[in-house]
Write a protein that binds this ligand. Structure first.
Ligand code: EPU
Length: 418
């Protein structure tokens, strides 16, 4: 298994480009199932989650290949209808094949994802939405079976905004008969990106990016050629690294308009974030950061996918920060590892109280999920001495070459095989 070794306490300087967003790429890949023919995702990031979903598409009968930086999916001969346990358990986003399979073929069987490291994360809202479009849902030996001769448009009101739930429904509704209205829809930029991709396939969608989305079903969709949006979480992780370590970094390929909540907090923490135009952003860090409070929430609020990394910043802050996690009930597994590096953090329910300390000290720590891994890498970058982060496969699920990008900014970071 790979581990990352970091010699910390060095500023970051230079420039790097941000990769396309994992959470935009995955739904777009699933959307290829909606149409016979060959779809193309441009500039596909090299991520373990992309490989897992590619394996699932192949398992369903699609032909998948990598061509000159693009991912090419030929979904003409999709014959399978089942997402097996082995693939769903390694990646919850496998559930995104549910909507497209039912919409195009009238049937899907997907393993229930079960618990995951950051919380229970059920899919009841995905299923209630599909039922509202006339699908029959049945649970059978740990699998959920969804069937419908043809989905009918309907009105779906989500109890709470769900990102992949909105994406599943959106994909299902594109081929349903009549109009679907999704209320309390997720407003994340990745939902808007998927809607744009579906529209390029011939889907009729209005309101993506707002909390009410309307879809007028069509009989058939065409394959797509799509370039997904840049990864706002990768950009925010790199910005937070600069705020933590100091130095000056230029990031290219950033959609700053997707990052309002994070940039506002980084500025209040004392970082200088300047829009240079054309997707370039210059970040200057002046540690120690001022302590600020954060509450995670659905977009456009502060993203839960940045909570762990921001906690690493606040662990070295000047004062006391209260961080409240409102999306996932168990997303504090990085806390015990940060404590091993000397952080002063107390967790009570959904709230973490972080008292900044003058320095963290390098230690052996273990990654438990994707964003927790990133937080530990950030802590290692600022800590004195050597930090070894093990179980790096979590990081590789969703960050493209984060270690190499940080090394190019002057961090002393390398990957070893343990
Ligand atoms: N929820 C339900 N029932 C459902 C669906 C969701 O109760 O049927 C609850 C969840 O348990 C959670 C809340 O609703 O409390 C919101 O969850 P959501 O469905 O929005 O999360 P998701 O779609 O499973 C996506 C991202 C996550 C990100 C969350 C929140 C993808 C592939 N995954 O997950 O990304 O944290 O939205 O923004 O888009 C990550 O990249 O590290 C990651 C975990």
């Amino acid at each position: 298994m790979d581990a990352i070794v970091i010699e910390g306490a060095r500023p970051l300087r230079g420039g790097v480009a941000v990769s396309p967003a994992k959470n935009a790429v995955l739904p777009v890949m699933a959307a290829a199932l909606l149409a016979a023919g060959t779809s193309r995702v441009r500039r596909i990031p090299r991520l373990a989650d992309v490989r897992t979903l590619a394996r699932l598409l192949e398992h369903l009968g699609a032909r998948v290949s990598f061509d000159n930086g693009s991912l090419v999916v030929d979904a003409t001969d999709v014959g399978g209808r089942e997402a097996p346990y082995d693939l769903v358990k390694t990646m919850r986003a496998s559930v995104l094949v549910l909507g497209p399979l039912v919409a195009r073929f009238g049937r899907a069987r997907v393993s229930l994802p079960g618990g995951c490291a950051i919380g229970a994360r059920p899919i009841n809202l995905h299923l209630a939405g599909l039922e509202a479009l006339g699908a029959r849902v049945r649970l059978d030996h740990g699998y959920v079976e969804v069937a419908a001769d043809r989905l009918r448009g309907g009105r779906v009101v989500f109890d709470q905004p769900t990102v992949t739930g909105t994406e599943n429904l959106l994909m299902a509704a594109t081929l349903a008969e009549g109009r679907t209205v999704i209320e309390n829809a997720a407003r994340e930029p990745e939902v808007v990106d998927l809607a744009g991709c579906l529209a390029s396939m011939g889907a009729r969608i209005a309101g993506a990016g707002s909390s009410v989305i309307e879809v007028d079903g069509v009989d058939r969709l065409a394959p797509y050629d799509h370039q997904p949006i840049p990864d706002r979480i990768e950009a925010a992780t790199l910005m937070t690294a600069v705020a933590l370590c100091g130095g000056e970094v230029r990031l290219d390929g950033v959609r700053l308009d997707h990052l309002d909540a994070v940039v506002e907090k980084l500025r209040r923490a004392g970082a200088d974030v300047a829009d240079e135009g054309g997707g370039a952003v210059r970040v200057r860090g002046a540690p120690p950061a001022d302590s600020v409070d954060v509450i995670t929430g659905p977009y456009p609020a502060f993203p839960t996918d940045m909570q762990a990394q921001f906690m690493a910043l606040m662990a070295c802050g000047r004062g006391l920060s209260v961080i409240t996690e409102k999306i996932f009930e168990n997303r504090y597994m990085h806390v015990a590892e940060l404590q091993r590096m000397g952080a002063d953090i107390t967790v009570e329910g959904a709230t973490a109280v972080v008292r900044g300390v003058p320095r963290l000290s390098g230690a052996r720590v273990m990654a438990t999920d994707l964003r927790a891994s990133a937080a530990l890498v950030l802590a290692g970058l600022v800590a004195t001495g050597t930090t070894v982060v093990s179980r790096v496969y979590h990081l590789d699920r969703g960050y493209e070459a984060l270690d190499r990008k940080l090394a190019s900014l002057g961090a002393r970071i390398e990957r070893i095989r343990e």
